[in-house]
Design a binder for this molecule. Structure first.
Ligand code: NAD
Length: 419
């Protein structure tokens, strides 16, 4: 098994190299950032409901701890691999640095389809996985959060298992927990809210506004896509298409987002939603809309379909939904891309707030959380926009450059041991 085996890692690697070359980064620092600091592979045995034992493959990768404890989600998905987890951990390093958090980059996951498992099986798997990675996580070491296929309940089991091992409650070991056990108000919607903040900032720069004729398509109606749909819907935009793993629904006049939300929250698939026009996920990506939000998985727009993507603005809600070739094709034809490490940073920013609140045992109201989220995202957006103009590059490269400048400064100050 190699770090380079997934196209996602290769893509993150080449984006790093290209941004490093554009900003003339110190080659010794660049060399260190190409590889994760630490990667742990674990076997996770689970007794299934039928009495048999099945062993799942799990990972926790820490890409960089230069700026602080590792931060990054835990993914339950059949495509999880060391290579994909390492790529996601690398992106977390860049994301945390870009928005100025005192945190490094990490990621974890289990290669599993969680939709095939009962609640008892999921709990057993989460608790065993936590035990296996307990040696490298902790409030001062590495703080996991939810990602694809995991949620607040998963984080509650993780926090409880870690706390059982320590003998006392350790809320700071995870973020994305339910509010009742030390979670932060606003965390659940934070990533989608941040996506919409970025769309509004971009419209301001372009001297445009969201109106009731602004059309939006959202690929992935989950923890990121759903709150983004809500905020845009409440600003008056027309959400013409949304999708999940089963397919997409479309209405040129605008979908009923509250009804679709209710349906999905009841664990039903969009393909079964009655009285609407069904299209494929691929067709959704190619719709002629003002804003496309890919908020499902990585690598959905590549050099093979980028020419067919017509959206004027693409807000990367997911991590790595566009390959770097797709980014070049779309920016060359004048499309504006708000890059993942900026666009979806709302989640890690409010995770940071949750961690701080947990350490202080002092909790903030929702307005405070959202105001601070807005201000941090605005500052980061302006930094990236300025770097785009300074380096005459696209927003994706500008985001990498802005982030790498911060990391380069910190790594040089800390030096290397032994030197
Ligand atoms: P989620 O599991 O809540 O939702 C994912 C959505 O995508 C679901 O609607 C699912 O049905 C759909 N989906 C899954 N596989 C698909 C496929 N092959 N084709 C089309 N749709 C598919 O996950 P999430 O937390 O919303 O994460 C989505 C993306 O956002 C991921 O890339 C994740 O890393 C990234 N992200 C999440 C957060 C967060 O706070 N949750 C923060 C930053 C980035």
């Amino acid at each position: 098994m190699s770090l380079f085996e997934s196209p996602f890692f290769q893509d993150a690697f080449s984006q790093l190299e290209s941004a490093g070359a554009t900003m003339k980064m110190d080659p010794n620092v660049l060399e260190r950032l190409k590889y994760p600091k630490r990667a742990l592979q674990v076997s996770v045995p689970v007794r299934l409901d039928d009495g048999t034992v099945k062993v799942f493959e799990g990972y926790r990768v820490q890409h960089s701890l230069t700026l602080g404890p590792g931060k990054g989600g835990i993914r339950y998905h059949p495509h999880v691999s060391l290579s994909e987890t390492a790529a996601l951990a690398m992106l977390m390093t860049f994301k945390c640095a870009l928005v100025g958090l005192p945190l490094g980059g990490a990621k974890g996951g289990i290669k599993v389809d969680p939709t095939d498992m009962s609640r008892a099986e999921l709990q057993a798997m989460t608790r065993r996985y936590t035990t296996e990675i307990a040696m490298i996580i902790g409030p001062d070491k590495d703080v996991p959060a939810p990602d694809i296929g995991t949620d607040g309940q998963t984080m509650a089991w993780l926090m409880d298992t870690y706390s059982q091992l320590k003998g006392y409650a350790v809320p700071g070991v995870v973020t994305g927990k339910p509010v009742a056990i030390g979670g932060s108000l606003g965390r659940a919607e934070s990533t989608g809210k941040g996506v919409v903040f970025c769309i509004n900032f971009a419209y301001e720069k372009l001297n445009q506004k969201i109106t009731n004729s602004t059309t939006v398509a959202i690929h992935g109606f989950g923890k990121v896509g759903m709150p983004a749909a809500h905020d845009l819907h409440s600003q008056g935009a027309k959400i013409v298409a949304i999708s999940d793993v089963s397919g997409a629904i479309y209405n040129a006049k605008g979908l009923n987002i509250p009804a679709a939300t209710e349906w999905v929250r009841n664990r039903k698939l969009l393909r079964d939603l009655p009285d609407c026009e069904h299209i494929t996920n691929e067709q959704l990506l190619e719709l002629d809309v003002d804003i496309l939000i890919p908020a499902a998985i990585d690598g959905v727009v590549t050099k093979d379909n980028a020419h067919k993507v017509k959206a004027r603005m693409i807000a990367e809600g997911a991590n790595g939904p566009l390959t770097h070739e797709a980014v070049d094709i779309i920016t060359d034809r004048g499309g504006l891309i708000i890059p993942d490490i900026l666009c979806n940073a709302g989640g890690v920013i409010v995770s940071y707030f949750e961690w701080v609140q947990g350490l202080q045992m002092f909790f903030w109201d929702l307005d405070t959380v959202n105001k601070k989220l807005h201000d941090i995202m605005k500052t980061a957006f302006d930094v990236v926009w300025k770097a785009k103009d300074t380096y005459k590059c696209n927003m994706k490269q500008a985001a990498f450059i802005s982030s790498l400048s911060r990391i380069e400064g910190a790594m040089k100050l800390r030096g290397m041991w032994p030197g």
